[in-house]
Every structure is written in structure tokens, then in C-alpha cells.
Design a binder for this molecule. Structure first.
Ligand code: PRP
Length: 207
């Protein structure tokens, strides 16, 4: 499984703001917005483009657009904080939604929302979720996508735990991961260490 760590100094700085327990909800959301721009920018570096002749005020030249705009899929709640920024970078993307809440005891995802196009054959998908912890939520989401024919899925996460990456790899699902950090480990409560706490709570307040 391809895992790309975006370790640009600006990405590290935004992630540090998100990690810092003193950062309030508004500043956390702002740092996540900015980090999302960097992650999506890197995640789409090699997507195919189509060309057309355009006229500048001075001359004719090649113009470029994305050959196949991806489907963006934020995983609620926390992924909502990445949706607008990703959409600004790729304005012609469609957007689907998946809502999952992880059970605090079992750490299994409980689905409460699924709004996706019926067929995803030949359509690249960018899944947006700040955290990949056990990987259960991401696995659940990707299975929804592959059930609809998707075979080109990129998970965009602010940070990931090695355990979650290993879990995803074992599933054999067609996914690559773009993240700003692979952290040390998961603790007994399923939180990423050092991590940033709960990305949903830190944006929107505790549930
Ligand atoms: C968090 C996070 C991921 C998931 C990661 O969401 O945003 O979706 O947990 O954990 P996993 O890899 O172990 O599945 P949570 O369920 O807390 O919901 P929220 O986004 O509404 O806060």
C-alpha cells in the first residue's frame, strides 16, 4: 500500500497547532483547513489532465483541466472540516458523504449516514478524514466505495497510526494514504499518541 507522508515544514507547523492542547476550536479548524489544502495538493500531484488550446491576451498556449474530477467523500463529523477546502481546490468535484461514529468501548464504527453516487466505476475518490486510528472507519468507508465500483481511492488524513495503516494494508483494498504524519502508536483507548485528541470534538465541541 502506498503511503505518502507530506512532511513539508508548513504542514508540520499546521499539524503542531492542531496537536497543541491550548489551541481552541476556531484555531484548530483554521489549521485543519490550511493543512487540507497542502494534503489535497500533494494527493492530486499525478492525476491525469486534459489539454486544450487557449488564448492568453498575448498568444495561444496549452490550457489544462483535470481529466476526471474526483469524488470527494468527507467522513462526518471530523472530515467535514476538510470538505470545503478540498472543494475549493477542485471546484468541479462531486461530493458524497459518509457519517460514522466510533463506539468508545468496541472502537467499531457505527454508520449513521451514507450519501454516495450509485456507480463509482472509473471515478477516482478522495476520502477526507483527519484521523486514521484503528483504521476501522476508513475500511468501512472504502468498502462502501468499492461496492460501488471504485478502484482508485486515496485516503487523506492529517495523521495516521501505524496500527491503522497496517490494518488497511491487510484488507488488500485499493487505497493509498496521504498524511502529514505517521504517529507513534495507539493507546489502550484507541487514541493516537501523541496525536491531537479527538478531531471532531476539537472542531465542534464534545458530543
Ligand atoms: C474519529 C475520526 C475517524 C475515526 C478514526 O471519528 O474522525 O473517523 O474516529 O478512528 P478509527 O480509525 O479507529 O476508526 P469519531 O468516530 O470520533 O467521530 P467524529 O468524527 O464525529 O468525532
Amino acid at each position: 500500500m502506498d503511503v505518502h507522508v507530506v512532511d513539508h515544514p508548513l504542514a508540520k507547523a499546521r499539524l503542531s497547532t492542531m496537536r497543541d492542547a491550548r489551541t481552541d476550536n476556531a484555531a484548530f479548524r483554521a489549521a485543519l483547513h490550511e493543512l487540507t489544502v497542502m494534503l489535497v495538493y500533494e494527493a492530486t500531484r499525478d492525476v491525469p489532465v486534459k489539454t486544450e488550446r487557449i488564448h492568453t491576451p498575448v498568444a495561444r498556449t496549452e490550457g489544462y483541466t483535470l481529466a476526471e474530477p474526483p469524488l470527494l467523500v468527507p467522513v462526518l463529523r471530523a472530515g467535514l472540516g476538510m470538505a470545503d477546502q478540498a472543494h475549493k481546490l477542485i471546484p468541479d468535484a462531486r461530493m458524497g458523504f459518509v457519517g460514522l461514529a466510533r463506539d468508545e468501548e468496541t472502537l467499531k464504527p457505527t454508520p449513521y449516514l451514507e450519501s454516495l453516487p450509485e456507480s463509482l466505476a472509473d471515478r477516482p475518490v478522495l476520502v477526507l478524514d483527519p484521523m486514521l486510528a484503528t483504521g476501522g472507519s476508513m475500511e468501512y468507508t472504502i468498502r462502501l466505495l468499492t461496492d460501488r465500483g471504485a478502484d482508485d481511492v486515496t485516503a487523506i488524513c492529517a495523521l495516521a497510526a501505524p496500527e491503522g495503516l497496517a490494518h488497511l494494508e491487510k484488507t488488500g483494498l485499493p487505497v493509498r494514504v496521504v498524511t502529514a504524519s505517521i504517529d507513534e502508536r495507539l493507546n489502550d483507548s484507541g487514541f493516537i499518541v501523541p496525536g491531537l485528541g479527538d478531531a471532531g470534538d476539537r472542531q465542534y465541541g464534545a458530543r
